[in-house]
Write a protein that binds this ligand. Structure first.
Ligand SMILES: [Ca+2]
Length: 64
């Protein structure tokens, strides 16, 4: 399995999210913001469990 860790989340390995940026961040199912929008986390917020629909599926994210 390819594992690319960047910022605070890993490709298809993410169960929790911590948005340490100053912007709201959207998390997507596939790379390059493709697939479903799985989660939105406000600036500074912590999401301890992203839920079954997003667990281990997130592959990309960006401010939104
Ligand atoms: Ca994925």
């Amino acid at each position: 399995m390819r594992r690319k860790i960047a910022l605070f989340a890993g490709n298809d390995l993410t169960s929790s999210l911590w948005n340490r940026t100053g912007s709201r961040v959207c998390f997507y199912e596939h790379t390059n913001y493709g697939g479903s929008l799985l989660a939105i986390v406000n600036a500074g917020d912590w999401r301890g469990n992203v839920g079954a629909t997003a667990n281990d599926k997130i592959s990309s994210w960006r401010a939104c």
